[in-house]
Design a protein around this ligand. Structure first.
Ligand code: PEP
Length: 249
């Protein structure tokens, strides 16, 4: 049986408390049935987590955009998975390409963060994806194989891990891979998960991320082994994000 689709919004470093009205609109749509047959997640900035949880309640999950690999300690400015859980988060994104690039996060660190997330009872959304230079060098599959091998915890539970395939060159650019490329890559990710984790690999949701918009969501979300989307820019406006949710089968 195919896993329940997940439509996840990543607000990145955007959003002030005055923007909570967008979440109110989303909560109302979810209350009216938008969340039937699909899981919906919003990852606001950490400063808005608590208020977002208050608004979205049980209809729409909230999540962090990153967590530290340690449970607590002398790590000024960082947030632990337990802290996210404490304010109502159910998920956390780890290994987003912006964290890998801006903060030099390695596959091994991403794996440690995913393990910390799972230990705290969160679902880890582990991001992988090739850069434009890697794609141009025909290295996409090699890069993804390395990231999957090294960023995913060994102790896998299909319900506690989500993999998000996000080609770096498609993030925030308006460019997307062809449907054939997405199908081919998601098939590869699925096969890799099943080879390593057995049947648990079939339960892992594989999201596509990178310039998902209301206009292309239906085509992307209909592809085999695309179990949802990780949406950046288009998640900031409730009407766009709702349209993307509605496009999921
Ligand atoms: C992202 O940052 O995860 C993302 C997919 O961004 P966008 O949808 O804006 O391309």
């Amino acid at each position: 049986m195919a896993p329940t689709p997940l439509i996840a919004g990543n607000w990145k470093m955007n959003g002030l408390l005055k923007e909570l009205g967008e979440l109110q609109t989303l909560a109302e749509a979810a209350g009216a049935g938008l969340n039937q047959g699909r899981d919906i997640l919003i990852c606001p900035p950490a400063t808005m987590l608590s208020a977002s949880f208050g608004i979205l309640g049980n209809h729409v999950a909230v999540g962090g955009q990153d967590c530290h690999s340690a449970e607590s300690g002398a790590h000024t400015g960082d947030i632990s998975a337990a802290m996210l859980k404490d304010v109502g988060a159910r998920y956390v994104i780890v290994g987003h390409s912006e964290r890998r690039a801006d903060h030099g996060e390695s596959d091994e660190l991403v794996r440690a963060k995913a393990e910390a997330a799972m230990a705290a009872g969160l679902i880890a959304v582990i991001c992988i994806g090739e850069t434009e230079a890697e794609r141009d060098a025909d290295a996409t599959i090699d890069v993804l194989a390395r990231q999957l091998a090294s960023s995913l915890p060994d102790d896998m539970d299909g319900n506690r891990v989500v993999v998000a395939y996000e080609p770096v060159w498609a993030i925030g650019t308006g460019k997307t891979p062809t449907a054939d490329d997405v199908r081919h890559i998601h098939d590869f990710i699925r096969r890799t998960l099943v080879e390593r984790f057995g049947d648990a690999g079939n339960g892992v949701r594989i999201l596509y991320g990178g310039s998902v918009k209301p206009g292309n969501a239906a085509e992307l979300l209909a592809i085999d082994n695309v179990d949802g989307a990780l949406v950046g820019g288009a998640s900031l406006k409730a009407s766009d994000f709702i349209a993307i949710c509605q496009a999921s089968p």
